[in-house]
Design a protein around this ligand. Structure first.
Ligand SMILES: NC(=O)c1ccc[n+]([C@@H]2O[C@H](COP(=O)([O-])OP(=O)(O)OC[C@H]3O[C@@H](n4cnc5c(N)ncnc54)[C@H](OP(=O)(O)O)[C@@H]3O)[C@@H](O)[C@H]2O)c1
Length: 327
């Protein structure tokens, strides 16, 4: 089959059109003809040789896809050739075909295109996992979402609103903040103007937030703890600006009963991913069908232009997802 392959590890230029063996299709799998896939930050790291795929996963890039079922494993009930689906993958999305356990397939509603479908799995399942399973999100809680206009951020804002909770966001441009407010964030902070902690306290009448979703890492660590209220949870999803923290006062954690939680979706078990997918579908699909939750697409590239799409993501300009059309 055709696939985007790599001539080695390195910059966006290592991506090229090539071929790869067709995926193995087990009895509990669906084989999908991929029509669209989408970029994730993990793809950039994997391309540089800094994030190897988990054991058993394809070494082709791509953590999600949307397409049409072309083969149904013997033990997959309720699925037919021709069904339109999207799904999370442990790798292998930048390819003509992908195999996925049937329990992880999400039926695409008629109001969504394949390109929109490809923009859902990774960021929405990441946001759902971290907000609900790890963050304990319920109606009435407050959440601070860093990089609010990122793929994960735009998904999180919409899930928080749907849960009856409130989000505050930080972002690196006024345009990004505007878009986050349209998606349902209560307020946004342009972080280039200074530290976010005083602003969060002011916004919350000095009470702080219940959950912080952080992708930035070390430079935000102290402020993240400072803005958490008692029993608050800091969820470390990414470390884009650094991993090493100095001056952690463990006494502060005890006094404020804080939790710091590290998270990674890709390495979770298939059973976890099936349960996560099914819970997400039950919660979000009625909203997606009504249009009250929607994938946010920044841009669509043909997959032959994957290197351009990667360079664009590295420029930090996107608001929401960068999609690849697989032709
Ligand atoms: N742990 C997991 O399971 C998991 C799963 C999925 C994604 N992630 C992580 O979640 C994060 C977001 O992913 P995504 O695909 O949604 O990203 P994305 O759409 O590419 O957005 C990333 C945004 O983060 C901000 N940013 C980048 N570098 C930064 C830095 N050094 N300091 C501060 N802000 C920076 C930029 O926005 P501004 O202009 O606003 O700064 C950038 O546009 C990544 O770290 C990714 O690795 C983790």
């Amino acid at each position: 089959m055709k696939a985007v392959t790599m001539s080695g590890f390195g910059g966006p230029d290592v991506l090229e059109m090539g071929t790869a063996p067709n995926p193995h299709v087990g009895d509990t799998d669906l084989l999908v003809r991929v029509h669209a896939t989408a970029l994730n930050r993990a793809d950039l790291l994997q391309r540089r040789g800094l994030y190897p795929p988990p054991p058993g996963a394809s070494d082709i890039l791509g953590l999600e896809m949307a397409g049409e079922v072309v083969q149904v494993g013997a033990q997959c009930e309720g699925w037919s050739v021709g069904d339109r689906v999207c799904a999370l993958l442990p790798g292998g999305g930048y390819a003509e075909y992908a195999a996925v356990p049937a329990g992880m397939a999400i039926r695409l509603p008629n109001n969504l295109s394949y390109e929109q479908g490809a923009a859902i799995p990774e960021v929405f399942l990441t946001a759902y996992l971290n907000l609900f399973w790890l963050g304990g999100l319920t109606a009435g809680k407050n959440v601070l979402v860093h990089a609010g206009a990122s793929g994960v951020g735009t998904a999180a804002i919409q899930l928080i609103r749907a849960a009856g909770a409130t989000s505050y966001i930080t972002a690196g441009s006024r345009e990004k903040i505007e878009r986050c407010l349209e998606l349902g964030a209560k307020a946004g902070w342009y972080y280039k103007e200074g530290p976010f902690a005083p602003w969060v306290k002011e916004q919350t009448n000095n009470e702080g937030v219940d959950i912080v979703l952080d992708f930035v890492g070390a430079p935000y660590f102290e402020q993240n703890l400072e803005v958490l209220r008692t029993d608050g949870r800091l969820i470390v999803i990414g470390t884009m600006a650094g991993t090493k923290v100095a001056n952690l006062d463990l006494g502060y954690l005890l006094r404020n009963r804080l939790q710091i939680i590290g998270t990674a979706l890709r390495s979770r078990s298939v059973e976890d991913k099936i349960r996560l997918t099914q819970e997400f579908v039950a919660f979000a699909m009625p909203h997606i069908e009504k249009g009250t939750i929607a994938p946010v697409i920044d841009s669509v590239f043909d997959w032959a232009e994957a290197s351009k799409a990667h360079a664009y993501m590295e420029s930090n300009a996107n608001i929401g997802k960068i999609v690849l059309r697989v032709s």
